[in-house]
Design a protein around this ligand. Sequence first.
Ligand code: NAD
Ligand code: ZN
Ligand code: ZN
Length: 344
Amino acid sequence: MLPEKMKAAVVNQFGQPLSIEQVPLKKPGRGQILVKVLACGICHTDLHAAEGDWPVKPSLPFIPGHEGIGEVVEKGDGVDFLEKGDIVGMPWLHTACGHCEYCITGWETLCDYQQNTGYSVNGSFAEYVLADAGFVGKFPKDVNYLEMAPILCAGVTVYKGIKETEVKAGEWIAISGVGGLGHLAVQYAKAMGMHVVGIDISQEKLDLAKEHGADIVVNGKDPKATEEIKERTGGGVHGVLVTAVAPVAFEQAIDMLRKKGTIAMVGLPPGSINLPIFQMVLNRFTVRGSIVGTRKDLQEAIDFAVEGKVHTTAHKVRLEDVNDVFENMKNNKIQGRMVIDMMA
Ligand code: NAD
Ligand code: ZN
Ligand code: ZN
């Protein structure tokens, strides 16, 4: 028997600590599943959401969390392709309409009618979560939940973002920001056959990048950073994935690029950047945004992790620790990813 209430971390007001509360458990509707959450990573997006940082804000109160992994415990009508006991992950893309221009061309991440886990619908900072059965990631039963949870957002986002840089095996990519997203990006890029430059602004993050296989690490605060990168990569990197939560890192990316290079913008600090027109035009640079990944990207990103090609540096915390984690995140003090162990 399922309980009537569950424990959850709730945002009642932007910029205020989350409160740990008992909230009612909802039944899965048609096409939905109810999942018992085993673990959930804490993404910087959860912090942006709780602070109300972005132009479109979630409606209050809401439960964040879009890196949840768990076990299917109940199915709504029409779910005949998942079974109770299956291990699934609940990504940012909770659902999409299925019939718009973007949905029918494999770009469901751009659907105007999408719902987002932990933003427009409640997420996995809770003992249970509702999911659209058609949008969950699928895992084998014997995986390490703490390591796998962050693949649901950090993993798939950087995997897709790396593809969007159009860098090929044998070429150079820079990963700017070696946090939760970036430390996985270094590993995906290596697994995809690239040479990797890791960039962050503290020595611990650069050490983590090295540990995960970065060929070169550079402190972004060093005034000679871009010069050094250009020199050591034989003229600049073919692409940059910017995950840093600082607009200055996006501008810096332009100065480390090789001709014909591409920047994939993934980090979401509020603000804007200046693009130097002359440099952009004469060097045929491309700058594009990249938002999470499709269901296909998600399953590919999961497979890399299940095959052991990427490993989250995961630190276990309890649901009650979420406000402390946010504090440390604001100060860039987190190494890898903090992951809530819901069984703790
Ligand atoms: P994080 O806090 O774990 O990591 C951010 C990293 O950026 C830290 O290591 C920090 O030291 C580094 N940094 C800060 N200033 C820098 C600078 N000037 N140069 C280089 N590095 C710098 O955050 P995260 O969970 O990895 O998320 C990163 C960003 O990506 C957030 O803004 C988040 O909202 C966004 N995000 C976007 C998508 C997407 O689909 N586009 C998906 C998930 C997260
Ligand atoms: Zn995220
Ligand atoms: Zn759509």
